[in-house]
Structures are given as C-alpha cells and as structure tokens.
Write a new protein. Structure first.
Length: 212
C-alpha cells in the first residue's frame, strides 16, 4: 500500500509562501506542525526529551507501524533547487541520524550517489520520476507500506498517476492565505473516509482512494 500523510491548513495549504533554505515550510508554515512537536513520540524520534501523550500519539504510532520505505521530493530533503554542490552537498534537514531509519527515495532532477546515514536511513536519489521512485520503494519495503512524506508536489503526481491508496491529513486550525496547495488541478479520483481522530490542536482525517 502507498500512503501520503501531511499537515494541512483549513484553507488547503501544506506550506506557506516564500519557501527558502532559511524558511523551508514558508511564511507561517511552521504553525502546521506545532501540535506534533509537543508529542513524546515525535520528540523521542528526533532525539529530544519530554513531551505529552494524546490521541495524536496513537495516530502517529499506527501510521508508522507497517512502513517499510519512504518517498519524498527534493524540497523536503532540502538543499535548494538546481544541481547539488560538489564540494559540500546538502545532506538533509535531519543531521547525521535522520528519524526515518529506513530506505528513503528522493525524487529529484539531479543525480547523486546514495547517502547512507546513521540509524539505518539511506537516501536514494531518483531522477526518472515519481513512478520509478515508488516502484523502487515498494521493492525495498519488502511487502510493507510505502509512505510519501512532506510536500505536495510528489503526492499530487502520485495521486494523478493512480499510485496512492490512502491519504492521511492532519487538519490544523490555521489559515495561511497562500502557499503550496495539496489539491490543485483536476485529479480524477474518489475518496472514501475511513477515519477521524480529534487531537489537541489538530484533527486527523484518513481517506481511501476508492475510484480512479
């Protein structure tokens, strides 16, 4: 199964405007993730202490329980647009020990060798499109789920290609007014609601993609 999960504002944005290396989620976009940063399960995965347990904790735990590989776009991996720097290439937002601990396939226009990190995370850079990235991820997952994480571009491409099985949205009571939309353009599909969980500062919605 291929899933996509993202925090989204009430007006439909997964990131604010004016994204940059200094402000990767755009102006105001950080507010979409305030709810997750207070959770113990998230803090532990990022090497931090403290936090709380809430209904959102169970949602996160269940979401990652059967994941065998991840797919993300170049923006979520980071490093800006264009070719990778040869002398000191970007190695991601997560330091030496990223929180994935699984194979991650990055959709990009610019090739580079795989990046192996501590904790079992390996980034593989795929230059021939989202369909190829998902195919490689499914093979690496060994029968487990593939999770598309982060920004909307790769998710929209997978959705339009009929490759998504479930969409999980963390609806945050924030209005960004502009930025990056998830649902943009005509995508011929039907969604069947399969779950709703009310958390603290967020509502978790789950949909099965039932018609293409």
């Amino acid at each position: 199964m291929v899933t996509y999960a993202a925090a989204i504002s009430l007006d439909g944005f997964t990131a604010g405007p004016e994204q940059s290396l200094e402000n990767p989620i755009g102006v105001g976009g950080g507010r979409l993730h305030d709810w997750i940063k207070e959770l113990t399960i998230w803090r532990e995965a990022h090497g931090e202490e403290g936090g709380i347990v809430s209904p959102s904790s169970v949602v996160l735990e269940n979401a990652g329980a059967n994941v065998g590989a991840y797919v993300m776009g170049r923006n979520m991996f980071g490093g800006g647009r264009g070719p990778w720097a040869e002398d000191e290439p970007w190695n991601g937002w997560w330091g030496d020990n990223p929180p994935f601990h699984l194979p991650v396939f990055v959709v990009t226009h610019h090739a580079r060798p795989p990046l192996e990190c501590e904790g079992g995370t390996t980034f593989t850079f795929v230059t021939d499109g989202v369909e190829r990235a998902i195919a490689q991820a499914l093979e690496a997952a060994g029968g487990k789920d593939v999770a598309i994480n982060g920004g909307s571009t790769v998710a929209r491409q997978a959705f339009a290609a009929g490759l998504l099985d479930e969409i999980r949205l963390d609806l945050v009571p924030v209005l960004l007014g502009a930025g990056v939309r998830l649902f943009d353009g005509d995508i011929p599909a039907e969604l069947e609601q399969i779950g709703v969980v009310e958390g603290r500062g967020v509502t978790h919605l789950a949909y099965r993609v039932s018609g293409r």
